[in-house]
Design a protein around this ligand. Sequence first.
Ligand code: NAD
Length: 505
Amino acid sequence: MSLTTQPLITHWIDGKHVESTGERTQPVFNPATGQEIARLGLGTAADVDRAVAVAVAAAETWSQLSLGKRAAVLFRFRDLLAARTPELAAIVSREHGKVLSDAAGEVARGLEVVEFATGLPHLLKGEYSSEAASGIDVYSFREPLGVVAGITPFNFPVMVPLWMSPVAIATGNAFVLKPSERDPSASLFLAELWQEAGLPDGVFQVVQGDKEVVDALLHHEDIAAVSFVGSTPIARYIHATASAEGKRVQALGGAKNHGVVLADADLDDAADQLAAAAFGAAGERCMALSVAVVEDAVADELVARLAEKARSVRVTAGDQPGAEMGPVITAQAKARIEGLISSAEREGAELVVDGRGRTVPGYEEGFFVGPTVIDRVAAEHEVYREEVFGPVIDVVRVSGLDEAIDVINANPYGNGTAVFTSSGEAARTFQRRVRVGMVGINVPIPVPVAWHSFGGWKDSLFGESHVYGPEGIRFYTRGKVVTQRWPHSAQRTAASYHFSGDAQK
Ligand code: NAD
């Protein structure tokens, strides 16, 4: 297809599609066909300036609107999102590659955060101390920050923006989204839904682009807070840069999630859960279980079951009937993942199921990697040290629970983990000793429901706030405390020039 006939993907500024002021564009692919399907106009600092100026004014009026009116917009947005899920899932599947049902599942997890945010009148209730001192009341409440930015990864083009924006908007802020440049269209669909829901223009905006736009956001004086989700090196950079600018930052990074299988686990269930958590979404989930840490006594049996599952996954384009796993995001990602599988073979691990060179009939140019199982992986192997972000599961054999916990705690990442066991005592020990932010007990991908908060430890999160849930409300607001006194003759006191507890009582 020639460049001139391809659709140009725009920004969304002040309630309208707006083309970038810059010259640079980048291809957007359908990963299943390997074909370029659109071009993305990459934004500039001037585009960021324009969006932020609009956001400053929009935040001012939006934050003055009553809680009830704001909640009504959230309710309408919730209904539209639910009704339009199939369309949104198709957009996600086309640019990301994940299967339609998984894309719809991602929308559903985002929807949950919207539902949480509809409770804003309750969530923003303050605290009140009546008669804190004679004739004096003290009350505290939280106010919005103003304009906040979200910078999001390719792997959840709907869910991750919805981890942030409903909470930021419900609490009275204006939100500027910089989506991933690999699958940017879902962000524009979300923008249109917000508008249809009655959100005033400028409260949710999208500036497309790459590092140039990110840097302009990080250094912009009118951006009060930055939420980031992506890889660890970029998360570290975002946290350092935005913090140095005096902004509030939450920067969620990469992961290497371990699923521990103890000898007393239900092996059929554990193998099912591990396979789904390793190969679902082609392993491109920050909560994917990419390492199975297996007690020696059951390792042969578990590896055999995992191998059988890996061989039976239906790999094809995400929009095909019965598809269970689609392609990975780009040709570069495919080459990188296949390179890591080769390194494991070279370094002495045992390649049980090899997904390299996988082709799918009818989609020969697609970026497919087959499900891969690698046994006897050691901590020094490159495939273990790197976040593979593909449909690859490493098997690490251990003597028991203590060694499993040591393996996990020695890893620099701390996003999610799971233990499969029938022992409550083992599960409790695991839960207490493991240094990871989100723990599953016989649950493979323990992404917290929306009224708890999501966040990892160690190199999986920079900054002290998790996203959405109660921590999201705190992140997007700041506290104000009022001490009030209404002087009248009975309680009027003479001027006091010393600061003492007595003066107040
Ligand atoms: P990425 O870090 O390459 O990109 C994330 C965002 O940062 C994108 O918007 C991108 O445009 C921007 N970016 C990329 N390079 C940049 C640079 N040099 N300077 C400034 N901005 C830059 O991540 P990705 O490949 O899109 O997503 C996959 C990664 O995200 C994986 O590491 C995965 O584990 C992680 N992730 C983590 C979570 C979590 O909750 N911890 C959730 C989803 C994804």
